[in-house]
Design a binder for this molecule. Sequence first.
Ligand SMILES: *Cc1c(COP(=O)(O)O)cnc(C)c1O
Length: 385
Amino acid sequence: MFTPNVISKFTTTPTPFYYYDLDVLKKTLQKVKDESAKYNFIVHYALKANANNEVLNMIREFGIGADCVSGNEVKKAVECKFDSKHIVFAGVGKSDIEINYALDQNIFCFNCESKEELEIINELATAKGKTAHVALRINPNVNANTHKYITTGLEENKFGINLWELEDVVKLLKGLSNIKLIGLHFHIGSQITDMSSFKSLCMKVNEIQNWFDSHKVQIENINVGGGLGVDYHDPDNNMIPDFETYFKLFNDFLELRPKQKVHFELGRALVAQCGTLVSKVLYIKKGVNTNFAILDAGMTELMRPALYQAYHKIENLSKSSNSTSHFKYDVVGPICESSDCFGKAVELPETLRGDLVALRTAGAYGEVMANGYNLRDKVKALYSE
Ligand SMILES: *Cc1c(COP(=O)(O)O)cnc(C)c1O
């Protein structure tokens, strides 16, 4: 990934910046296409993971759809020429303006999260003389065994419609003239590495399908969301997630009805490994029990460690990794918050002011979460050739 050529380009680029290896992205997308095509599965990309134009264009070129969680994401997908027939709009709090915009674009589907939302979409669609296609986002109460801040499929989470509400929802739908139910939607969380969570999801979906059958409601589409995790600890040896096992699992365990289509909404798994945050060491500061390596990038450029104690592999690109003397550093950013820390007691070759540092696996939920706290400059991006 970091050939001498690439590193020499880094040394002449002002830091910090995101580096995107488009070759890694391309290989990942090719694998997703190949593995999902085995079962005619339909893949959407969750724009919220990374909405960089370069990245989006390549994803669209692979014929992948767009999964959006805000009106502006729908707009971005439209601007990047995703076919509106392949755009879905999810989210627990869609505003009227956002719903109206998506109705105007004739998107494929609204993933609806409550009875209240169904009523509003019906009202807004009626005013436009349109029929909105919706999928019910159902909270399957399946534990994703991931960090509590990125678990979404439990009853205590704010997302989705709970199982005990389904009876009411089906009754309600009968009276909503401008809503057409086209699917069921599930998304249990993110950075899921324990495949048994997805198996549990399949079992739950099967049960829920039986319930809909018994209520004589036909479902054309099953959307099982995203959430497939990536290897943050060993990116070089696991650049591409195990899409083969992942898609096979859904094929093995989902009990589909004739002609039913299965949809996926992957974010992180498609883009995490192609991105690196590159930063420079400003100071090595001696503390009482530790040395601090103070970088020119902080939580304003990469928020995941501060937000949910996420791990990113840290490398010193200016020193050979087989150099003999290693030291421990707390690698921190310049922002005035104690949580602005990328890693504690990180073992690195002797690190000096001016060294280039890579924060790996930063392509997902990195650049999109960058913000201007402390009036920081907007972080830039650099692409492989
Ligand atoms: C965030 C999100 C995704 C993508 O999650 P990843 O873990 O990045 O794959 C998919 N669907 C919905 C509804 C989401 O909110």
